[in-house]
Ligand binder design. Structure first.
Ligand code: FES
Ligand code: FES
Length: 214
C-alpha cells in the first residue's frame, strides 16, 4: 500500500509533521507555541491568508472528490477522513484505528491507495480523491464489488470499503497478471477481524480476470 503522507513534502503539510510540531510545543508547555505549530506556511497551491499562513482556524478549500468539486471550510489540522465523513457526508471510508494501521479508511489519492486518516484535508487540495462511493453504485457496481458479493467476502462489513479500494487498485494495476501473492501484498495494510481473507482473495482474482476489472 502506498502511504503518501510521510513522503509528501511539496505542500508543507503532513499529519505527522503537524503532530510532531504540536507534540514538541506541548512538551515545552507553551500555548502560544502550540498555536504557532498549527499555523504553518501553506506552501504553493494551498489555501492561506495574505501572510501565506493557513489556520489555525477553518480555511476555505476545494477538494476534487469522485469527479466533482466540493467546497468546504476546515481547519488545517482536520484529516481528510474526518472531512470526507463529517463535512462531505461520504461515510464509506471507516474510522477505526485513526492512526494508519487498519486500512478501514482506505481511499485513492491520485489513483493510489492511501489511509485517509493519515492525510490532512488541506494536503489533498489539488489531488483527485476517489472514495468507495465513487467506485461503483448499487446499480453499476465495480467488478470487485460484484465479486465480493458473489464470494461472500465480508461478514460484519466494516473493513470492506477499505478492502474493496485496495483490491480494485490491485485489479486496475495488475489486471489478469494479478495472482494470490499480489492480492495479499495489495491488502497487507488492511485488517479484517472477521477473517474473510480467503474469500477476499478469491473475489479479487475473479474480478482481475474479467475485462471490466482491469
Ligand atoms: S482508520 Fe485509518 S488506518 Fe485505521
Ligand atoms: S468483515 Fe468484519 S472486520 Fe472484516
Amino acid at each position: 500500500m502506498t502511504q503518501r503522507p510521510d513522503g509528501r513534502e511539496e505542500g508543507g503539510f503532513s499529519r505527522r509533521t503537524l503532530l510532531k510540531g504540536a507534540g514538541a510545543t506541548a512538551a515545552a508547555g507553551a500555548l502560544g507555541g502550540a498555536v504557532e505549530a498549527l499555523a504553518q506556511d501553506a506552501g504553493p497551491g494551498l489555501p492561506a491568508n495574505a501572510s501565506g499562513i493557513a489556520g489555525p482556524g477553518p480555511v476555505p478549500m476545494t477538494l476534487r472528490v469522485n469527479g466533482g468539486e466540493r467546497k468546504l471550510d476546515v481547519e488545517p489540522r482536520r484529516t481528510l477522513l474526518d472531512a470526507l465523513r463529517g463535512d462531505l457526508d461520504l461515510t464509506g471510508a471507516k474510522r477505526v484505528c485513526d492512526r494508519g494501521t487498519c486500512g478501514a479508511c482506505t481511499i485513492w489519492l491520485d489513483g493510489e491507495p492511501v489511509y485517509a486518516c493519515m492525510v490532512l484535508a488541506i494536503e489533498a487540495v489539488g489531488s483527485e480523491i476517489t472514495t468507495i462511493e465513487g467506485l461503483g453504485t448499487p446499480d453499476a457496481p465495480h467488478p470487485v464489488q460484484t465479486a465480493f458479493r458473489k464470494y461472500d467476502a465480508l461478514q460484519c462489513g466494516f473493513c470492506t470499503p477499505g478492502f474493496v479500494m485496495s483490491c480494485a487498485w490491485a485489479t486496475k494495476t495488475h489486471g489478469a497478471e494479478l495472482d494470490d501473492a499480489g492480492v495479499r501484498a495489495s491488502t497487507c495494510g488492511n485488517l479484517c477481524r472477521c477473517g474473510t481473507y480467503p474469500h477476499v482473495i478469491a473475489a479479487t482474482l475473479e474480478a482481475a480476470a474479467s475485462e471490466e476489472g482491469k
